[in-house]
Design a protein around this ligand. Sequence first.
Ligand SMILES: O=C(O)C(=O)C[C@]1(C(=O)O)C=C[C@@H](O)C=C1
Length: 100
Amino acid sequence: MQEDLNAMRRLIDVMDQTLLDLINQRIALTREIGYIKARDGLACRDEARERQLCLRITMGNNGPISDSAAQRIFELLMQESRRHQAQCQDTEYPTARNPS
Ligand SMILES: O=C(O)C(=O)C[C@]1(C(=O)O)C=C[C@@H](O)C=C1
């Protein structure tokens, strides 16, 4: 019984690390977008894109989590993206990302 529990928890630990790595990769991408927005004078928040994303999340949610739980998770992710993008507004566009 304890062995079954431990085996399941090890699976969860591996999955959590994968999720964390993916979340950090997502943030890295949104930071790239942040530099582009800063360069082009665009606002961090794009409400139309956020609505589109929430719709896509609802359409793609196969459960068992509820649509509102899925939306809360993604709203938190987007909030964190915007926080990182705000930092990009204050820093120079890295030349390594700007080959031109
Ligand atoms: O797609 C963008 O424009 C982004 O900046 C990415 C992102 C996101 O995290 O998905 C972040 C902030 C915007 O309000 C919308 C979406």
